[in-house]
Design a protein around this ligand. Structure first.
Ligand SMILES: C[S@@+](CC[C@H](N)C(=O)[O-])C[C@H]1O[C@@H](n2cnc3c(N)ncnc32)[C@H](O)[C@@H]1O
Length: 292
């Protein structure tokens, strides 16, 4: 929006078009979608009203707010951080730069965890490592109100967001503590389920990530060490000491890491090691059962 451009009367339609063109020239992936989502959210309207009310003029305060949001998106700040929330498994999670933005791929982790423990659903005690926004733990807790879930993260900042989400979403069967993987204090000695979506990007690949991710999401949530599997290896090695007989370990991993992860589980003595694909058909979750 240049000095002369601000003199004209901006409408919802012209603002969306201007933001779309601006995002497109800057290489943003879904320019029209992002422009519509930002405008609809900032004006507190449904996206469909962008078409219906397209000719409505925008007032000074609205314009200033939209200009600020477009500027932030232009600098590649994720739309979820602009809105301060992201939908996951049909629920809205509060997010900001303290946590990774929940991805649809991670819904596969929830599905696998619930499917593999369906027979234990009444009395399950579970641990969600690397909980971030709490999306995995809170979703399982809300889908299965009788289970007890403990969620941990090494980042106290991330845990503050997870706690807020648990409270907002009424997940009263989730508790939290901070710590490095299994060093965090967990209320129960043996668990029927351990889930984790650990950082799994190889350190050398970090610079090649989209700027939206690389420059805004916490590096602690992404960097998985030299081959990306540093935390996966530790979790697989340490999980058996915390699992009850028949307990399940389910891990989200990156594209191309499934075979190595499945081999780690098998070598550690897990049974029924299974790889599950996400909505995009990428091998995304490796799970196994622990038999003492
Ligand atoms: C990929 S994010 C996953 C967040 C969330 N579970 C999700 O699926 O959207 C990984 C999380 O692991 C946490 N983390 C990184 N290193 C850790 C460690 N050594 N112990 C516990 N948590 C760790 C990060 O703070 C981050 O919140």
């Amino acid at each position: 929006m240049t000095a002369t451009a601000t003199d004209k009367t901006w409408t919802i339609e012209s603002l969306v078009k201007w933001a779309t063109d601006d995002f497109r020239t800057r290489g943003i992936e879904n320019p029209r979608l992002d422009a519509e989502v930002i405008v609809a959210w900032a004006l507190g309207i449904d996206r469909v009203r962008i078409i219906i009310d397209g000719k409505r003029p925008l007032m000074g305060e609205e314009l200033a707010r939209l200009r600020d949001l477009v500027k932030r998106r232009r600098a590649r700040e994720p739309v979820a951080y602009l809105r301060g929330e992201r939908e996951f498994y049909g629920r809205r999670f509060v997010v900001d730069k303290r946590v990774l933005v929940p991805r649809p791929d991670t819904e596969t982790l929830v599905e696998v965890a619930m499917a593999r423990t369906a027979h234990r659903s009444m009395s399950l005690r579970a641990l969600d490592l690397c909980t971030g926004s709490g999306c995995v733990a809170i979703t399982i807790a809300r889908q299965r109100p009788t289970v007890q879930i403990h969620a941990t993260d090494v980042s106290p900042d991330a845990l503050a967001v997870a706690r807020e989400n648990a409270q907002r979403l009424g997940a009263y069967n989730v508790s939290f503590s901070a710590g490095d993987l299994f060093a965090a204090k967990v209320p129960w000695p043996k668990l029927e389920l351990i889930t984790a979506n650990p950082p799994y990007i190889a350190s050398a690949d970090f610079e090649t990530l989209m700027p939206d991710v690389r420059d805004f999401e916490p590096r602690l949530a992404l960097d998985g060490g030299p081959d990306g599997l540093a935390l996966v290896q530790r979790i697989v090695a340490e999980a058996p000491a915390h699992l009850a007989a028949g307990g399940v370990l389910a891990l989200e991993i990156g594209a191309g890491q499934a075979a190595a992860t499945a081999a780690l589980l098998a070598a550690r003595g897990f049974r029924d090691v299974t790889t599950t694909r996400d909505y995009g058909k990428v091998e995304r979750v490796v799970s196994g059962a622990w038999e003492d």
